[in-house]
Ligand binder design. Sequence first.
Ligand code: ADP
Length: 388
Amino acid sequence: MTDQANPKAIQRVGIIGGGQLAWMMGPAAQSLGLDLVVQTPGKDDPAVAIAQSTLLAAVDDIAATQALAAQCDVITFENEFIDCEGLQPLADQGTIFRPGLEVLALVLDKRHQRECFDRLGLPNPRYTFLEGDESDAELGAKADPLGFPLVMKTRRLGYDGYGTAVVNDSTQLTATWKAFDRTPVLLEEFVPFKQELAVMVARSARGEIALYPTVETQQVDQICRRVLAPAQVNAAVATQMERIARTLVEQLQLVGIVGIECFLTPDDRVLINEIAPRTHNSGHYSLDACATSQFEQQLRAVCDRPLGPTHLTCPQAVMVNLLGLDQPDEAHHRQLAALGQLPQATLYWYRKAIRPGRKLGHITQGLGAGADPRAAAAAIEAIWYGQL
Ligand code: ADP
C-alpha cells in the first residue's frame, strides 16, 4: 500500500526513540504547533525533556508502541532498532508509520540494504555475505573475489563502527569471524575512498522531495568526527549524489527523511555505504546553517506539511561531534565553556551521562566564503580533544 497524504490534519506525532535526535525535534515541533509523544526506555533520555508525554519502554516494545499509536496521528522514528514484524499487525490495523515498516525492515539488515541498492541500480561496494554455518574453506572462497583488505560488518544492529572490522589477510579473516561469534555478516571490498560524502533527503506522502547540500563527513575510529558543508566536489559527483538520493526516496516511496552515506572513489565514482531512514548526524549542521533544519523537515514530511527550503544560509559550515573524553565530568564542562567563546558557533549538549567515546553533543560553526573549514574544525577539536 502506498502512503497517501492524510485527509485529517496531523497534530500528535509519536516518536520511537528518545535520544538526541528526538530531542532536537523539540523546537521545530513547537514552531509547527505539533505535540510529540516519545517512546524511550530511560527517564533521563534527552527527548523526555521536550516531549508532551513519554512512554517509558524499550524501542522494540510492541505493547508500548500500541499505546503510542492510540495517542498519536502518525509514528516516526529516531531509532531504527525496532521489531518490524511485531509492529506489522499495528500497521495492518491502520497505524501510520512514516517511513513505512518495509523501509525500516530493509535497513535493519545490511544484506537487505545492499540487495536493495543492487535492485535499484545504485552503485555500492562489492560484497558477499556469510550466514554463519560456512566452513573455513567456504569462508576463504567467499572472501577470495573481494581481495584484501576487506571489511567485515555484522548484518544487524551495528552502529558507529561497532560491529565493523577491517581484515587484512586470511589469518585475520578466520580470527575476526570467530571474534564475531560466526554471526551472519556482510563482507565487502575495502574502498580506498578519497572522501566520505553524505546527503539528507526528505519526501512527503504527496511525493514532494527536498534535497540538502552534499556534505563531507570525516570519521575517526569509524565514528563521525566532523562534517564540512558543503562538500567540495565537482558537478559530476554532485549529480551522482542527487541521482542516488532521488532514486532511493522515489523507488522506496519513503515518507520522512533519510541520511545517505557514501564513499567517493579516487576516480570520482560515488558508492553508497548505508542509509538511515531518519535524521542523521551528518545533517546536524542544518540546524544552524540551512533554511530548514533536518528535524523540522522530518516533521514536515511525516505531518503532510509542505517541505521547507534546504539551501545553506551561510557560505560554509562545520559541525564537530563532542564525544566523551577519558576525563572527569568537570573537564567536559570546562571545555564546553571554552567552546562557547567561539564566534558564529552554536553548541548542543545532549545532557547524557558522560562516558568516554559517547556522543554527548556537537557544535556547528558558520563560516565565510574564504574560510578554511578544515582549519576551523581543527581549532574546535583542539579545544575539545586537546592539541591533536
Ligand atoms: P556503522 O553502520 O557502524 O556506522 P559503517 O558501515 O558506516 O558502520 O562504517 C563506519 C566507517 O568505517 C565508515 O564511515 C568508513 O569510514 C569505514 N568503512 C566502512 N566500510 C568501509 C569500506 N568498505 N571501505 C573503507 N572504509 C569503510
